[in-house]
Design a protein around this ligand. Structure first.
Ligand code: 16G
Ligand code: ZN
Length: 543
C-alpha cells in the first residue's frame, strides 16, 4: 500500500504525543486547538468509509452546543445517519495513533475491512460558524486529498443540512436535490402544501421569534426566510452579528437553565424557539402574563407531533404501528400522557441520537425525541408506500386529505437526523392546522419540576449503568442510595450517568415541586461525589 502522500501531509497535522481522545456519542469533541490532527485523520477515514460503502460520506466540523472555543467532528454514513458503531473504534484508533504508528493503523483498517483502494470515493464536508472551523475543515480536506479522493466542500451548513445532502447524493436525488437550495425548496414546498390543507389558510401571517444561538442556524434560517413568505414571519435574535456562539443563549442553555436566552425580546404569550449551535436541536417557550417562563422541550414536541400523526393514522385507517422513543431524561408526565391518554407505546433508549434512531427504525412510524430537543420522525418504506397510494386513490375525500397531510409531513421532516429548521416547520404547521396557541399546546400535560446537575469525579467510568441508563450497577451502593433518597419525595425519580461529551457525571431528578426536585438532585449529587470519587468542592445546595 502506498501511503507516502498520507504520511507526508500528516507532517503538517502532527498529533501532540500522548494526547488521546475518544469518538463519543457525537464524534470527537474537545478544545479546538487539540483537533487539527484528528480532522486530518477523519478526512482519511471518511475516504476509507466511502470506498467501503461505495457511497458519499459526510464529515461535519462542529461542537454543537459546546462553547465557542471547542470544536468537534463527526462522520455521516450513506443514508445520512450517524457513523456505524463498528467504525467508531477505527476512528478512535486512528485519532490516537502516534505519528510513527499511523501507517500501521491505516493499513490495519484497510485490511480488516477488506477495502479496495481502487474503488472511487467522495466526501462531503460541512462546517459551523466557529472561528476555528474553517481551518479545521481544511485539515479534513488535506486528509481527503492525501488519499486522492473526490470531495465536495459545502462550506457553512447546519449539521442536518449536511446529513440531508449526503442522503440525497446516495439516493440519486430521490430524497431531494443535494444542495442547500434544494433543501430550502423541498422543505418550504412541503410546509406550504401542509398549511394549505387548512380551511383558514392565508387568514393571517404567523410570527415566530427565533434565538439562533449566534450560530449557523441563524445564518441558514435567514437564507430560508424568503421561501416561507407570506405564511411565516421570522423574527431572529442572537443572529451572530454581535454575541458569542452559545453564550447565554441557544437550546441547551434554555433547557438546562430553564430560562429564556439573553438577547431576546419576549412579549407575554409570544411563541419563541431556540436552536442549538449546529441547528440539530430546538426547544420552544413563552412567558405568561405573570412573567412566568414556560418551556416546551423535546418531550412536548414529541407529544405534539405524535398526537397529530396518530390522528391522521386513525383517519386513513392504515394498520401501521407507531412508537415514541425517549431517553431517561423524558419528563415522567410526558411518558404517562403518551402511554395513558394517547395510548401510544413509549420506549426508552440510551442517550445519544444513534440509540434513539435505531430504536425508532423498528416501527412503521417511529417518533424519537430527546428532552433536549433533538428528534425527528422515521417512516418505514412500507409506511411511505401505503400513504402515497392513498393520496392518489383514497376511498373518500377525507381519507385522501389525511393521507396527503401525512405525505407532506414525510417531505417536511428531515428523516436523516433531528433538524431544528425542519422540526420548527412541522411544529408551526401543526399549530396552524390545529389552531393551537403555544399555551394550549403547553397545557397538553404539566411537566414535573426537574433539575439537572453535574458532578466532577476523577474518573467518570467508575459509573456504569443499565436499563437504558435508568439505574447504576457501579459503583457499589450508589443505586441503593438513590433508591432510598427517591423514596422520601413524592412523584420522584432520579438517575445518574457518565456524560459522553464532557468529563462529568450527570444527575437528573424530578419530583412534585421544584424545591423537592432541587433537593433530590442535590442529595443525589452528594451521593455521587462520595461514592464515585468526586473532586473539588462538595456540590452546593441550590437554594
Ligand atoms: C450529544 C448527542 C446528544 C446527547 C448529548 C448528551 C448526538 C448527535 N448528540 O450531543 O444526542 O443528548 O450528546 O451529552 O448524538 P452528554 O453525554 O454529555 O450528557
Ligand atoms: Zn447540536
Amino acid at each position: 500500500m502506498h501511503l507516502e502522500a498520507v504520511l507526508r501531509l500528516s507532517a503538517h497535522h502532527c498529533k501532540p504525543a500522548g494526547l488521546t481522545l475518544q469518538y463519543g456519542t457525537a464524534g470527537f469533541r474537545t478544545k479546538a486547538e487539540h483537533l487539527d490532527h484528528v480532522m486530518y485523520r477523519m478526512g482519511l477515514l471518511a475516504v476509507l468509509r466511502s470506498k467501503k460503502t461505495k457511497s458519499v460520506i459526510g464529515v461535519m466540523v462542529t461542537a454543537s452546543h459546546n462553547p465557542e472555543e471547542d470544536n468537534g467532528v463527526k462522520l455521516v454514513d450513506p443514508m445520512g445517519e450517524m457513523l456505524v458503531q463498528e467504525w467508531e473504534l477505527h476512528a478512535t484508533n486512528l485519532a490516537n495513533a502516534e505519528e510513527h504508528e499511523l501507517q500501521t493503523v491505516l493499513t490495519n483498517i484497510i485490511k480488516q475491512e477488506a477495502i479496495s483502494m481502487q474503488v472511487e470515493s467522495c466526501v462531503a464536508i460541512g462546517r459551523d460558524t466557529r472561528p476555528s472551523s474553517e481551518n479545521l475543515s481544511l485539515a479534513v480536506l488535506d486528509g481527503v486529498i492525501a488519499l486522492e479522493s473526490k470531495y465536495q466542500d459545502y462550506g457553512l451548513v447546519t449539521t442536518p443540512q449536511l446529513h440531508y445532502v449526503v442522503c440525497c447524493r446516495n439516493t440519486d436525488g430521490r430524497y431531494g436535490e443535494p444542495t442547500v437550495e434544494g433543501y430550502y425548496q423541498k422543505l418550504s414546498q412541503a410546509f406550504k402544501d401542509l398549511v394549505e390543507q387548512s380551511p383558514d389558510c392565508g387568514a393571517e401571517q404567523r410570527c415566530l421569534s427565533i434565538d439562533g444561538a449566534n450560530g449557523i442556524g441563524a445564518l441558514k434560517v435567514k437564507e430560508m426566510e424568503e421561501h416561507l413568505q407570506p405564511i411565516l414571519l421570522l423574527q431572529l435574535f442572537n443572529d451572530g452579528s454581535k454575541g458569542k456562539l452559545n453564550h447565554a443563549c441557544g437550546a441547551d442553555y434554555v433547557k438546562v437553565q430553564q430560562k429564556p436566552p439573553e438577547g431576546i425580546d419576549m412579549k407575554p404569550g409570544e411563541r419563541c424557539c431556540s436552536f442549538d449551535g449546529d441547528a440539530d436541536r430546538i426547544v420552544y417557550y413563552y412567558k405568561d402574563c405573570d412573567d412566568r417562563f414556560h418551556l416546551l422541550d423535546g418531550d412536548k414536541i414529541a407529544t405534539l407531533i405524535s398526537t397529530f400523526i396518530k390522528g391522521l393514522l386513525v383517519k386513513v385507517d392504515l394498520k401501521l404501528n407507531m412508537g415514541v422513543v425517549q431517553t431517561a431524561y423524558a419528563n415522567g408526565s410526558s411518558t404517562r400522557y403518551l402511554e395513558n391518554i394517547m395510548k401510544v407505546p413509549v420506549y426508552c433508549a440510551k442517550t445519544g441520537v444513534k440509540h434513539l434512531h435505531h430504536k425508532a427504525q423498528e416501527f412503521d412510524i417511529g417518533v424519537y425525541f430527546e428532552a433536549n430537543g433533538h428528534g425527528t420522525v422515521l417512516f418505514s418504506k412500507t409506511a411511505e408506500e401505503q400513504i402515497r397510494q392513498l393520496t392518489n386513490m383514497g376511498a373518500s375525500e377525507e381519507i385522501r386529505k389525511a393521507a396527503q397531510m401525512l405525505e407532506n409531513v414525510i417531505n417536511l421532516i428531515n428523516q436523516t437526523v433531528g433538524d431544528a429548521i425542519s422540526d420548527m416547520l412541522v411544529i408551526e404547521a401543526i399549530l396552524f392546522l390545529k389552531n393551537l396557541t403555544v399555551q394550549k399546546w403547553d397545557e397538553m400535560y404539566t411537566d414535573l419540576p426537574n433539575r439537572q446537575l453535574k458532578v466532577t469525579v476523577s474518573d467518570r467510568k467508575v459509573i456504569d449503568t443499565t436499563d437504558a441508563e435508568r439505574r447504576t450497577v457501579k459503583p457499589p451502593g450508589l443505586q441503593e442510595k438513590i433508591d432510598e433518597l427517591v423514596k422520601s419525595y413524592n412523584l420522584a425519580r432520579s438517575f445518574v450517568r457518565p456524560s459522553g461529551t464532557e468529563d462529568v457525571v450527570r444527575v437528573y431528578a424530578e419530583a412534585d415541586t421544584q424545591e423537592n426536585a432541587d433537593a433530590l438532585a442535590h442529595a443525589v449529587s452528594l451521593a455521587v461525589y462520595h461514592l464515585a470519587g468526586g473532586v473539588g468542592d462538595l456540590p452546593r445546595p441550590l437554594r
